[in-house]
Design a protein around this ligand. Structure first.
Ligand code: SF4
Length: 260
């Protein structure tokens, strides 16, 4: 596969949830910009805690990089990267433009914090697959695990997820990252998830290097028992596959250490 350098796209990487995934980073800044500072973030501490949407990269620049790719070899084009993709005000425009030039399905990985907003819902509605984070069952755990900006309110996030689910015709996955802090509340989180009605639940634990230790396979299997009423996937159950990013530096800066 031809190697080249990119500023805004990364991968493809093999994702246990998406298959071969080409990443698009609509933020693409050297600093991590997010309204969360999750204890397990593979990108380290958040540099800029921000909840205001803005255009970080003009859409045409991202499209120019995607246009330079050849056909095939990708299952999903996935918006994610160094921070929260819904902070990009031009996310919807980017999705529309990518659709015009590529046949692959489009996914967005979001931390769910802005999903109650009408403009964010409108953008996410354009995706085929939205992978939305839910790591807590109450405001206390939400603050302890995700360490978000004060104006991100747990109850509003759950309300936003429920409202979005009712409107969204695509596939909604709830991503739950389990660490020591929230594993004891796996059942409580499952009860919140029941109210959201996702198409699938992704039970994850941080296997890539970060500040928090992953749970063991046995601990995750114990957690999985609470999710028997869902279509639930566990990170330990899906075998990984080798992959070869177009640009290893661009990929490592968004994906942490991908060569494990
Ligand atoms: S939401 Fe994602 S990018 Fe933001 S701090 Fe959490 S894991 Fe990192």
């Amino acid at each position: 596969m031809k190697r080249t350098s990119f500023r805004y796209i990364f991968g493809p990487v093999y994702s246990w949830r998406l298959g071969m995934s080409l990443g698009v980073d609509p933020i693409s800044q050297s600093k991590k910009i997010c309204n969360f500072n999750c204890i397990y973030c593979q990108l380290g501490e958040t540099d800029v805690l921000q909840t205001v949407r803005e255009v970080f990269v003009p859409t045409r620049r991202i499209i120019a990089e995607i246009r330079s790719l050849g056909p095939g070899g990708i299952d999903y084009i996935t918006f994610s990267g160094r921070g929260e993709p819904t902070l990009a005000k031009n996310l919807g425009e980017m999705i529309r433009e990518v659709r015009k030039i590529r046949p692959e399905k489009i996914a967005v990985i979001t931390n769910s914090t802005l999903i109650a907003r009408a403009d964010v819902q409108k953008d996410l509605m354009l995706a085929d697959f939205v992978l939305a984070k839910l790591d807590a069952h109450n405001a206390k755990d939400f603050a302890a695990v995700n360490r978000g900006i004060a104006d991100v309110v747990f109850a509003d996030v759950v309300k936003g997820l429920r409202a979005f689910r009712k409107k969204f015709k695509g596939k909604l996955g709830l991503q739950i990252m389990f660490v020591k802090h929230n594993m004891v509340h796996a059942k409580d989180i499952a009860e919140i998830a029941q109210k959201i009605h996702p198409d699938e639940v992704q039970l994850n634990t941080p296997l890539r290097p970060c500040a928090t230790k992953p749970l063991t396979k046995k601990e995750m299997n114990d957690i999985k028992r609470y999710y028997s009423s869902f279509h639930a996937l566990c990170v330990y159950d899906v075998p990984s596959k080798p992959y070869h990013p177009f640009d290893e530096t661009a990929t490592a800066s968004r994906h942490g250490s991908f060569q494990k």
